[in-house]
Design a protein around this ligand. Structure first.
Ligand code: SAH
Ligand code: SF4
Length: 351
């Protein structure tokens, strides 16, 4: 019994309990977040088993287009914040966005994610026209990730043919949220998420791991929000400091903790779609593959045209530089090494 620490058997029992689908209390989640690192492989293995049982071995792809890096918000962590004067701003034209969506379709990928800063230039009317054009000209499933909008806007997006929406709650701590997102309220963000659910969107939430002031207790609350919201998709990524933001000086070595949160998200929510985020790939060359072996089942290759891609500088060193074809070839090779294949179909959450 040399390798089992004092907390050993108890931890193993907890991991088994989570793997078998029993609810974990907040205290138990905290215990797993704080456990010694030698237990991590068992946690990742359990999450991988639940991923396999619930979602199968196929990886769902979503092609992402980052169509505007203008943002009216000033989030302290993000390179697109309006206070960053060093960034070179761009907006893709509607024709460019539709042409890029066509490219995603031509790769056999069935869904597109349209992401941007909070940019009111893309009014509800413009977004509705864009959604209608993409639906009519490509037939792709559309996910939006364009921040907080009114209930009426969300309704219009849904009626125009958007099916899914990603809006990470970012952190369950009101204090950290208020500090990091000046002028924004966690309650409003959660209200947007409830509105989206009510309107029938497949809804994605999620958090960043490694934020200043974050504790295991707060991360446990993040996981409980994911569960309570009955979210369909979960974006869990490490915070990566951007030098041109007020958080520029902070280091992040939270790869292990991020994977731990992701694995727990799989164990707690069972059948959600969980991407191996680009941010994990940025933190570690094998980060995305590690995530795919710790509960993740989705990858979102970046199809933003080369001339714009590097300017969507949310955090430095973002992965997926290269042409769409190069990216797809590399992904296929990476996936085959871990015995996984690409699913070229829609990948709705099965309930
Ligand atoms: N403006 C929209 C969508 C673009 S931002 C929104 O805020 O919802 C998309 C995601 O990027 C955010 O949800 C946030 O979690 C992530 N992000 C921003 N800055 C980051 C950073 N420095 N490190 C890691 N992720 C970051
Ligand atoms: Fe804008 Fe989103 Fe970045 Fe905040 S996280 S500054 S809302 S792009």
């Amino acid at each position: 019994m040399t390798s089992l620490s004092k907390s050993g058997p108890n931890i193993e029992i907890l991991i088994g309990k989570a793997r078998d689908g029993h609810d974990l209390s907040r205290e138990e989640i905290i215990q797993l977040l704080k456990m010694p690192e030698d237990h991590s492989p068992a946690l990742f293995k359990a999450a991988d088993a639940v991923r396999k049982e619930q979602m199968g071995d196929e990886i769902f792809l979503r092609g992402i287009i980052e169509f505007s890096n203008y943002c009216e918000r000033n989030c302290l962590y993000c390179g697109l914040r309006c206070g960053n004067s060093k960034i070179s701003r761009y907006r893709m034209t509607i024709d460019e966005i539709v042409a890029t969506a066509m490219q995603i379709k031509s790769m056999g990928i069935p869904t597109v994610v349209l992401q941007s800063g909070e940019d009111s230039f893309f009014s509800a009317e413009i977004m509705v026209n864009l959604i209608k054009r993409i639906r009519a000209e490509t037939g792709l499933i559309i996910t939006l990730s364009i921040g907080e909008r009114s209930l009426a806007d969300y309704q219009a997006f849904g009626q125009a043919g958007a099916n899914r929406y990603l809006l990470k709650h970012e952190t369950a701590s009101k204090d950290i949220y208020n500090y990091l997102r000046p002028g924004c309220k966690l309650e409003s963000r959660l209200q947007c998420l409830f509105n989206l659910k009510k309107l029938g969107f497949e809804t994605g939430t999620g958090n960043m791991v490694g934020l200043p002031g974050q504790t295991p207790e707060i991360l446990a609350d993040d996981l409980l929000i994911m569960k309570i919201l009955d979210a369909d998709m979960l974006g869990i990524g490490p915070f990566i400091a951007h030098p041109d933001t007020p958080l520029g000086g902070l280091d992040n070595d939270d790869l292990e903790l991020t994977l731990r949160v992701l694995a727990l998200a799989r164990l707690i929510t069972r059948n959600t779609n969980i991407p191996a985020t680009t941010a994990l790939g940025t933190l570690h060359p094998q980060g995305r593959i590690m995530a795919l072996q710790a509960g993740a089942n989705v990858v979102m290759p970046d199809f933003t045209p080369e001339i714009y891609k590097s300017r969507y500088d949310i955090y430095p060193g973002r992965a997926d530089i290269g042409s769409a074809k190069d990216i797809m070839t590399k992904l296929q090779i990476d996936f085959s090494f871990i015995g996984r294949t690409i699913l070229y179909s829609v990948g709705h959450r099965q309930k």
